[in-house]
Design a protein around this ligand. Structure first.
Ligand code: HEM
Length: 505
């Protein structure tokens, strides 16, 4: 047998490899078993059916599991099954100790990459997992320039409304999800890629589709073992989707980049800032810039448009509150010499801020948030030890509905946060863009969403335009469209509609 195995012909090498597989699998399983974290595991009825050894389950969904566990004991640590691995749910009280730990101990992007398989979905910065150019550019260029880009955004909002919502002289039904995707892509696009591209339908379509194509790749490539994926990507047809998007964006940005290389005065936008902040020779590279344009579009466009869609629904369902929002808007605008909103005046829209935060509280985009992969064993002050290799996350949607934090949590109270901000010392704690353990929808700590200041301003300007120009209501005998739970989170109903009528002024 040994001689046969040692003879160097291909079929014998195959035999040798095949006979080693059980040993390799055994070693792998030992390795992974050692890493298991011994806390109770809960599965849904569907997961229990698929895995006969998983035991009985009374839960229809992950959210049900989390609801029940939070109700029983919100400080309880347990795990749930996700498609890529078991994920450990930890109470929010641990976030303070985790949020600022270094990336080589607790890592945000390692978790994203494990979930979204960046090598195949291309939802990864062109410089890989340690490339922080995008976050750096948002923090150091985009946010400090929010005042300078207001005018461009206002112009784009007016144009995008005309295009995607239209006149609405009489009460007209419209679909907020479709309109908000268009508005968010066009308005954000103006600041990401500039005026040559942001109204181009091919740019908008590609930016919006990139993430959708990525989501198709994940279930198609994940069933392959890790070592086979680099080869499988050539025959798994879904893997071509993101590559096609990158190729399209490269062609679209080519003339714009060529022009910018020659220009001395470059527009103030993400394309210019990324060119300036990238390592030498990279900023003008088409592939590099195309990947960045798609990374920022993925981070920004659907998140912002889903948030706006929820607000359209919540405004329609609470239309008696709209006059109060209008009154605040008119007062704040009248205090500006130009009569127009400025960066400073946006922060004075405290009732609107409260309304959009209440909408986000009741419509979190996922049941979990603040997800991190533990790279080195991590010990909390109360003695809980997290082993390396596990992924932890917090029950965001349950925290948002906790009556000890938010009394009558199922009631949409437009002024909930406005009132909380009146308490001494709490004026900043309950702002839309503030991160806290009670409000984890932006994450927290060093990796908290850096785009939230831009997103907050954009949302306020869009909602300001909506209530200034239109009356909004639900249809006769229609309720607020129900949210839709998906495997990855929660989204507004794409078919849900509201009614708009242009205001006569
Ligand atoms: C309403 C809209 C948005 C929501 C709800 C949202 C939410 C989030 C959340 C939950 C995180 C993870 C934070 C953590 O776990 O600590 C995140 C990260 C991130 N977001 Fe946002 N986001 C939004 C808009 C934007 C926009 C407009 C941009 C870009 C201008 C952006 C860029 C990013 C980036 C680059 C990261 C990764 C940060 C890092 O790697 O450290 N987001 N966002």
């Amino acid at each position: 047998m040994l001689e046969t195995l040692l003879s160097p012909n291909a079929s014998n090498i195959f035999t040798l490899f095949a006979s080693l597989i059980p040993i390799i699998l055994f070693l792998f399983s030992r390795f992974y078993r050692q890493k298991e974290f011994d806390v109770p595991k809960y599965v849904t009825t569907a997961q229990a059916l698929l895995k006969p050894g998983a035991g009985h389950s009374k839960f229809d969904s992950l959210d049900d599991i989390m609801k029940e566990n939070y109700r029983m004991d919100k400080n309880h640590v347990y795990k749930v099954e996700h498609p890529h691995k078991d994920v450990v749910i930890i109470p929010a009280k641990y976030v303070d100790e985790l949020k600022n730990l270094p990336d080589d101990q607790v890592n945000f992007l390692e978790d994203i990459n494990e979930r979204f398989l960046g090598d195949y979905t291309k939802m990864l910065a062109p410089g890989g997992i340690e490339d922080e150019t995008l976050t750096h550019t948002i923090k150091n260029n985009l946010t400090p320039n929010l005042g300078n880009i207001m005018e461009d955004m206002q112009e784009e909002i007016a144009f995008a409304f005309e295009k995607s919502i239209g006149e609405c002289k009489e009460w007209t039904a419209m679909y907020p999800m479709t309109a908000c995707m268009q508005i968010s892509a066009q308005v954000s696009g103006r600041i990401f890629a500039g005026p040559e591209l942001n109204r181009n339908p091919a740019y908008i379509k590609t930016c919006l589709n990139f993430g959708v194509e990525g989501y198709k790749v994940i279930p198609a490539i994940r069933p392959y073992p890790k070592f086979l994926r680099p080869i499988a990507k050539y025959w798994v047809k879904e893997c071509q989707g993101p590559l096609r998007s990158i190729a399209t964006i490269k062609e679209l940005i080519r003339p714009v980049i060529e022009k910018r290389i020659k220009e001395r005065e470059k527009p103030h936008d993400m394309m210019t800032w990324i060119m300036e902040n990238s390592p030498p020779g990279k900023g003008e590279d088409l592939n590099w810039q195309a990947m960045y344009q798609l990374q920022i579009a993925t981070a920004a466009m659907h998140t912002t448009s889903n948030t706006m869609t929820h607000i359209f629904f919540d405004l329609a369902a609470n239309s008696d509150f709209i006059p109060e929002l209008r009154e605040e808007l008119a007062r704040v605008e009248s205090e500006e010499p130009s009569g127009q909103l400025t960066k400073t005046s946006l922060s004075k829209l405290k009732k609107m801020d409260s309304f959009i935060l209440e909408s986000q509280r009741m419509n979190p985009f996922s049941s979990t948030g603040f997800s991190r992969k533990i790279i080195k064993p991590t010990l909390f002050s109360d003695g809980l030890l997290l082993p390396s290799g596990i992924t932890v996350t917090t029950p965001v949607s349950q925290i948002s509905m906790d009556p000890s934090i938010y009394p009558f949590p199922s009631t949409f109270d437009p002024l909930r946060f406005f009132k909380l901000r009146q308490k001494p010392g709490e004026v900043n704690k309950w702002q839309y863009v503030t991160t806290s353990k009670e409000h984890l929808n932006w994450g927290m700590g060093v990796h908290a969403c850096p785009g939230r200041f831009f997103a907050g301003n954009e949302i306020k300007m869009v909602i300001g335009h909506l209530v200034r120009e239109f009356d909004v209501r639900l249809g006769e005998r229609e309720n607020r469209p129900a949210n839709v739970w998906t495997e990855g989170g929660m989204v507004p109903d794409g078919e849900g509609r509201v009614w708009l009528r242009r205001r006569g002024r």
